[in-house]
Design a binder for this molecule. Structure first.
Ligand code: GLU
Length: 288
């Protein structure tokens, strides 16, 4: 049985890229027992709007896509995310962080900061790593302490083999989450943002498990996050799906479509007189 999902954030109207993503996930659910589920990623209450949520349902229906119920709303699941975060905190794998973006930038630019070579990612410098939860203030974020994660597994030599089974075209194959790669690319990631009490990464892995997702279809712009998701699945003891990251549809300038580029929204294409069939074939053809 295949269980796929489409997980849009209701912060704008769906565009051609979303249509491709939803169609691809939906098309891979072929048999009667397969499921195609929708998750509304509305954690960011300032940017998410109910009018966009309604538009998502209307647009998908108009494309001829149907889905299984219930629809999952992340805004109704804060307590579940909190429980999982508490679990990671109780395992001793987190620390409260009071750094603002500016603090992090300043400390990375400080004269005594370690030299960062060109192209290297700017990682959290570890300012709050030794703070305990007794010192936590209301507005603090919670970060994963990656050194503690290594210790939790019994040291580098015992770090588990964490496989990512990727079925999508551009990254097909098995990838491994090595501690070195994780440390160099992600470091002490934020598990709970100060404003929402959770993060995209934590919510996604918890919800994919809750919904029984067997394969995650999404754009290749999120491929990198899969390394974080795979580690969190291991730490939380969650089932591991396969992933299918697909290419992105780009605008005339080669930029990936964003909700800010209104000319590619499905609404706009329908207003211009395109039929759903034409929109679907346009999405299939423009993919690069
Ligand atoms: N909510 C994300 C988006 O709209 C998708 C997240 C995911 O598929 O994991 O781009």
């Amino acid at each position: 049985m295949v269980i796929e999902r489409f997980a849009p954030s209701p912060t704008g109207y769906l565009h051609l890229g979303h249509a491709y993503s939803a169609m691809t996930a939906w098309r891979s659910t072929k048999t009667h027992s397969d499921k195609f589920l929708i998750r509304i990623e509305d954690l960011d209450s300032t940017r998410s709007k109910s009018q966009y949520t309604q538009a998502i349902f209307d647009d998908l229906s108009r494309l001829g896509i149907n889905w299984n119920i219930p629809v999952v709303y992340q805004s109704e699941r804060y307590s579940v995310y909190e429980d999982c975060l508490s679990k990671l905190i109780a395992m001793g794998l987190c620390f409260p962080c009071k750094c603002t973006r500016k603090d992090i930038k300043d400390s990375l630019e400080a004269p005594n900061a370690p030299l960062i070579s060109e192209g290297q990612k700017l990682l959290y410098p570890g300012t709050c790593r030794n703070r305990s939860f007794d010192e936590m203030n209301k507005g603090d974020a919670v970060r994963l302490n990656f050194s503690k994660v290594i210790e939790h597994f019994g040291g580098l030599a015992h770090f588990p083999t964490l496989e990512i089974r990727e079925l999508g075209q551009s990254h097909t194959g098995i990838h491994h989450v090595s501690p070195e790669y994780f440390q160099a690319n992600f470091g002490d990631i934020v598990l709970a943002r100060k404003d929402i009490g959770t993060s995209y990464h934590l919510a996604v892995v918890i919800d994919d498990a809750f919904m029984g997702i067997t394969n995650v279809t999404r754009g290749e712009d999120i491929f990198d996050s899969t390394f974080i998701h795979r580690l969190l699945q291991e730490l939380l003891g969650l089932p591991v799906p396969t992933w299918s990251h697909h290419g992105l549809i780009r605008d005339e300038d080669g930029k990936r479509l964003a909700k800010r580029s209104p000319s590619f929204t499905l609404r706009n294409l329908w207003d211009q007189g395109f039929t759903s069939e034409e929109i679907i074939s346009m999405a299939d053809k423009q993919l690069c």
